[in-house]
Design a protein around this ligand. Structure first.
Ligand code: PMP
Length: 376
């Protein structure tokens, strides 16, 4: 990305290192490149080779509801959830998707009544993460329409990082739980979730956003079947190459934490992730204090069943607020060559911006340095 000043923008591409101090810092997307050093260190343990003759068929296991789900990937998903204890995989159907983005569309298709004349309302409590592609009925707090609806519960939430529960408490609704960030590096795992339809993604759990894989844990067989049908109509399945790679990545991750339960904790992916996130949040809070122009949400610590100790939430995004005169925080930060996403995109005030906490070290360092030097 070549920027106005002819320099190279930060936050895109593979393995970018050197950053001139006046670089544009792009923290608009939640690109999880922060995890690269861990996977670099894993080397051959997380590498796969796929011979030319392999993965040629459309089909993976025709006896399964999701017939394009690779058994190795399914097995590693179950193993990882068992290790972490963040979601119940017993008596569930696993549906794989090209990112949890495709699975969300599949879920909307599966949960919409087939005989309805109008599209179903989709709501989520503000601030929310939404493309608004479907019949978006907006903020769940103010939703008062009749008829069936789907409520999307993102927990921890994108953009503000808080843990959430459903808001619309009336009949005729179905819940979709987006648990992309319900992993120990981001939040204390306070319960083994057991919802009807839960979405996960490698993008945020391991950092492999480019692999484009997500999975849904679905209680109801008919819903899992309909989601599978949607993906069949949309992309005739999901890349097997990606699934094999993701299986190896998840296996390496689980191995790294299983082994270190007895030995060295720092080798475990979740310990590594937790340590960096804690460090980054501390640095960000220090920078905000030094600047005096911004504020951040405060989170309550809680007992994490995985880490068996009290931990604090360290969300993947910072929901930063410009205090004082500044009305448009996104433009204000852009003036300081920091690219973020305005609160407006999430149904909130433009005094807020969402800032990715998952970029490479060099970019994050530059960001906190620059932020701390901004004064009113
Ligand atoms: N859900 C949430 C809450 C997200 O923040 C994101 C990515 N920003 C996604 C889903 C999409 O993930 P994927 O890369 O798997 O499509």
């Amino acid at each position: 990305l070549v920027t106005e000043n002819g320099g190279v923008g930060v936050g895109v591409g593979d393995g970018q290192k050197f950053l001139p101090s006046d670089s544009v810092i792009n923290l608009d997307h939640g690109d999880p490149t922060m995890y690269e050093p861990f996977w670099r260190k894993m080397g051959d343990k997380a590498t796969i080779v796929i011979p030319g003759w392999q993965c040629m068929s459309y089909f993976s296991d025709i006896n399964k509801v999701c017939w394009f789900l690779e058994p190795d990937f399914a097995q590693e998903i179950i193993r990882l959830h068992k290790l972490v204890g963040n979601a119940n995989t017993e008596d569930r159907y696993i549906v794989v998707g090209t990112g949890s983005t495709q699975l969300f569309q599949a879920a909307l298709y599966a949960l919409s009544p087939s005989n309805a004349t109008d599209p179903i309302s989709v709501v989520s409590a503000a601030p929310y993460y939404s493309s608004g592609l479907y019949r978006w009925a907006g903020d769940a707090y103010t939703f008062d329409e009749e008829g069936p609806y789907i409520e999307l519960v993102t927990s921890p939430n994108n953009p503000d990082g808080f843990s959430r529960e459903s808001v619309v408490k009336r009949g005729g609704g179905t819940l979709v739980h987006d648990l992309a960030y319900y992993w120990p590096q981001y939040t204390p795992l306070t319960s083994m979730t057991d919802h009807e339809l839960m979405l996960f993604t490698v993008s945020k759990s391991t950092g492999h956003a480019g692999t484009r894989l997500g999975w849904a844990l679905v209680k109801d067989k008919a819903v899992a079947k309909k989601m599978t049908k949607y993906i069949e109509l949309n992309t005739i399945g999901v890349s097997k190459d990606s699934q094999l790679r993701a299986a190896k990545i998840l296996k390496t991750l689980t191995d790294s934490c299983e082994i270190t339960e007895k030995t060295d904790h720092t080798e475990c992916f979740f310990e590594y992730g937790h340590l960096i996130m804690a460090e980054r949040w501390q640095q960000l809070r220090d920078a905000v204090k030094r600047s005096g122009v911004f504020s951040l949400p405060q989170f309550s610590p809680d007992f994490c069943n995985y880490k068996r100790t009290v931990t604090e939430p360290h969300p993947a995004f910072a929901w930063l607020r410009c205090e004082g005169e500044v009305q448009d925080c996104e433009s204000f930060l852009k003036g300081h060559k920091i690219l973020t996403r305005s609160g407006r995109h999430f149904g909130e005030d433009p005094k807020y911006v969402r800032v990715s906490m998952l970029d490479r070290n060099e970019a994050f360092k530059l960001f906190v340095e620059r932020l701390s030097s901004i004064h009113s």
